[in-house]
Ligand binder design. Structure first.
Ligand code: SF4
Length: 446
């Protein structure tokens, strides 16, 4: 039985492909047996004069050129398969992007990837207008057993319970009368509260009561909480989380360098990110940054929370005052810049939750509480990475461009990078939530 399609009602979110080719340069595409058969029949070996498939770790992938682009990307920036045979002749993953389908027992939720520039900039047609295409894509998906959504641990959530959490968080994230900083700190507090609660005895109406109590209380609760700077370990774990979201080596490089050299290189980069000392390792798309320079960058929404806008993001610097500009006043951002950055984050997090990418089949089969924890870490990683990008450009303030780059980089791995589903990642979220560091980091970064 085909499940109904659920495309979230997000009037502010639009998308049409503008043919920028960024996804063809950025993603490594795994091929299904059907993709291989179609491409074979199209005669590409003869046309290209070279192999277009590469084998890696037991799977077939589209070959990439030395600069990382798909072998089918033409000089005009367009896909050769699409140009010659049409959209439906392309590999499944290419047809789907940027849509991400997450079936559960009730329906198939439709999410969208913010790694696509048109999605991030909300350019094109309303999401609902893509219904027919998405329906067709859903029919191409191999039939699999419906995946029930879990609430916490192994507890299966009822449809009503999923709706309670979805609706309450979406309502909080949509509130326009409160400042963005309060909204994201509040989101961190709500997610932390769910992660810390024992939901076993909070089922049905009790869950509704718990969630409505939390969402009604959050605005009053935030000013009453203690807000010490995040502990050093929180920053270390966040930098590790950033690293795991931006490290995505190309198959061609891995094959060229060999397994030992690749693993060693990854280990060294990981240690450098963890230490947060010295100059950052080479990162595609980002300028080299002295980690200490973060002491002179400001939170994304720093205009409105100047009192805590510049909390040191490194812990190895004991005297930040000696750094250039350490006492500089925030560069005041125009209201429309703040609004545009807030709009981007709101669309991203709301569409992740409503589009089925925050738990269940859309996020490694995680239960709701852990999935939301991962989404919150994604948000914190993107806020941190936006500052990293700004610092790499020699800027003290994050611009919309910095945030778009950061959100795109973080979102491209979400639900896709298998290493984010490991026990290590879950332990990271657990430590950050149980030490209350998620909300402290949120405060420091916004
Ligand atoms: S990144 Fe988005 S806009 Fe650019 S080619 Fe891919 S789908 Fe189209």
């Amino acid at each position: 039985m085909k499940l109904p399609i659920y495309i979230p009602e997000l009037p502010g979110q639009k998308y049409s492909c503008h043919g920028c080719g960024a996804c063809c340069r950025d993603f490594t595409v795994q091929l299904t047996p059907l993709d291989l058969q179609k491409l074979d029949e199209q005669g590409w070996r003869e046309q290209l004069g070279q192999e277009y498939v590469v084998q890696f770790r037991g799977h077939s992938w589209l070959k990439q050129t030395d600069d990382g682009a798909c072998v089918f990307l033409g000089d005009n920036g367009l896909c050769k398969v699409h140009a010659q045979f049409g959209l439906q002749a392309k590999p499944l993953a290419c047809q789907f992007f940027p849509f991400m389908l997450s079936p559960n027992v009730r329906d198939t939720h439709v999410g969208i990837s913010f790694a696509c520039g048109s999605v991030a900039a909300s350019k094109g047609a309303p999401l609902q207008t893509h219904r027919l295409d998405v329906r067709r894509m859903a029919e191409l998906l191999p039939a699999s057993a419906p995946m029930p959504v879990k609430l916490q641990g192994k507890l299966i959530a009822s449809e009503a319970e999923v709706a309670i959490i979805e609706t309450a968080l979406d309502a909080w994230l949509s509130k326009q009368h409160i400042s963005p900083a309060t909204r994201y700190q509040g989101f961190a507090w709500l997610v932390t509260s769910l992660l810390q609660a024992n939901l076993q005895n909070m089922r049905g109406e009790k869950l509704r009561l718990l969630v409505s109590t939390l969402t009604n209380a959050v605005e009053q609760e935030l000013p009453l909480l203690d807000w010490p700077p995040p502990p050093p370990r929180a920053w270390t774990l966040l930098r590790q989380a950033v690293f795991t979201r931006i490290e995505d080596p190309k198959i061609g490089d891995l094959l060229k360098r060999g397994k030992v050299a690749s693993v060693l290189g990854q280990l060294l980069r990981s240690r450098k990110w963890s230490s947060g000392r010295g100059i950052s390792p080479k990162t595609a798309g980002f300028g080299a940054v002295d980690f200490a320079r973060f002491d002179t960058t400001f939170g994304v929404f720093a205009n409105e929370c100047a009192g805590h806008a510049r909390i040191p993001m490194t812990t190895n610097i004991t005297e930040p005052a000696h750094l250039p500009n350490a006492h500089a006043s925030p560069v005041i951002l125009a209201n429309q810049d703040i609004a545009a950055m807030d709009d981007l984050l709101q669309r991203w997090i709301r569409s992740s939750i409503l589009g089925g990418r925050a738990w269940g089949s859309g996020l490694y089969g995680l239960p709701i509480d852990q999935g939301l924890g991962l989404i919150l870490v994604n948000l914190l990683a993107a806020l941190w990475l936006a500052r990293f990008h700004a610092a790499g450009r020699g800027e003290q303030r994050v611009s919309l461009l910095d945030l778009q780059v950061a959100v795109g980089r973080v979102d491209r791995t979400s639900g896709r990078a298998v290493w984010l589903a490991t026990p290590g990642e879950r332990l990271r979220v657990k430590w950050l939530s149980h030490s209350d560091s998620l909300r402290l980091l949120a405060r420091a970064l916004v």
